[in-house]
Design a protein around this ligand. Sequence first.
Ligand SMILES: NC(=O)c1ccc[n+]([C@@H]2O[C@H](COP(=O)([O-])OP(=O)(O)OC[C@H]3O[C@@H](n4cnc5c(N)ncnc54)[C@H](O)[C@@H]3O)[C@@H](O)[C@H]2O)c1
Length: 266
Amino acid sequence: MSGIDGKIAVVTGAARGIGLATAQKLAAAGARVVINDLDAEEAQQAADQIQGSVVFCADLTERDSGDALVNFAVEQFGSLDIIVNNAGYIWHSAIHNMSDEQWEAMLDIHVSAQFRILRAYGRWLRANADRAAPVRKVVNISSTMGLHGGATQLAYSAGKAAVVGLTKTLAKEWGRFNVTVNAVAFGAIDTRLTSPYETEPNIAIVKGQERKVGLSVQQIEEAKAASPLGKIGTPEDAANAIYLMCIPESDWITGEVLLASGGVRS
Ligand SMILES: NC(=O)c1ccc[n+]([C@@H]2O[C@H](COP(=O)([O-])OP(=O)(O)OC[C@H]3O[C@@H](n4cnc5c(N)ncnc54)[C@H](O)[C@@H]3O)[C@@H](O)[C@H]2O)c1
């Protein structure tokens, strides 16, 4: 039996990519998982293959989604032990081309959505936390861009840096609730956000809008060369790093940013 057997977990942005691999990993270890995503069809496909999981389809940039997600998890399963704040996307430009809408959209999904979910969770914890119970876990997803910056990724980098402040502050506030709060900052992971292209970026549809995604073949080769391990990470590599912050063996770790980048430090 794993240390998270029977735990109740929420994973946001779990229809594909890192979130899907994380939901699969947690469920394989015995957790019951609420799969959140914008994309209903893909979220349901994920749930169909993950035993004991349920779907909560919502756009987390809607202001009431954080409360609704936490309420849903508690109503479904009676508790909430693990939150993985993973949902996100990219909308990059150099600063002179960046609109207010673009700036606000990146902060909205990467930090305000996390804030609203965690505010809802904090209200639930005040009434339900139990110091004698096993430690509960929050894992917020950041990026090397939030730690080191990334040219043309101003708003994304600012949002991912804000995740670090959110994480470190809540770690201090929620120790008394027996909750650890950590961030995992990824380098390049092989998902649709980094899918390879030859000449023109690939397109992902996010909230009905076309967003340019992907890395050029040259950028991928550079990313591989920058890693001492000589590759970019898989979604399973990413999920394994998140899992470390969810298991009882990490109970004494809180307020940390785990760099999961295959050794890339810039
Ligand atoms: N892939 C990488 O190289 C990389 C590196 C560093 C950090 N990250 C971060 O990891 C997280 C997951 O990224 P991924 O690479 O798996 O991307 P992905 O596109 O494969 O998956 C992200 C999921 O989030 C969902 N999502 C987006 N906006 C949402 C919203 N408003 N409400 C609900 N769901 C929403 C999408 O529908 C999608 O299913 C993101 O926060 C991303 O910024 C990724």
